[in-house]
Design a binder for this molecule. Structure first.
Ligand code: DGP
Length: 124
């Protein structure tokens, strides 16, 4: 049991509305498990978010039954990296968790960053 399982932490975020296409967003990919779209404030030439359709607030809230959807994040990352033309040069996949990880939106999401050198993993 994580400490995020209270009513406040499980509230929907803007990402639920994007999944339901309630706000204008160019979806790059969507199926029954995951949705992908461009980050609103890109930190690289190519910056895509890939998210499970199910609301899972943080990695601390992941359960075994989520494995199929979370595995799908990787196969969609591979597909979108190829479509963006960044697969060969390379890219970085990031998932932040809670405050120290720098998480801002409490609906887990994989960042796909590429199109240019991304720099060191952690700035020091
Ligand atoms: P994180 O810090 O890992 O929680 O990243 C959250 C990302 O979500 C951040 O890079 C900005 C992006 N973001 C927040 N709100 C929106 C939105 O409404 N639309 C889109 N496309 N991206 C958003």
């Amino acid at each position: 049991m994580s400490n995020n399982q209270d009513a406040k932490e499980w509230e929907e975020t803007i990402f639920s509305r994007i999944i339901r296409q309630e706000i204008p967003t160019e979806l790059l990919y969507q199926d029954e498990l995951v949705t992908a779209f461009r980050d609103i404030s890109p930190r690289a030439k190519s910056h895509i978010l890939i998210i499970p359709n199910k609301l899972i607030p943080t990695v601390n809230d992941v359960e075994p039954e989520d494995e199929q959807a979370l595995g799908r994040l990787f196969t969609v990352a591979k597909k979108l990296a190829a479509e963006e033309g960044i697969a060969e040069d390379g890219y970085r996949l990031i998932m932040n968790c809670n405050r120290h990880g720098g998480q801002e939106v409490y609906h887990i999401h994989m960042h796909l960053l590429g199109g240019e050198p991304i720099g060191p993993l952690v700035a020091i």
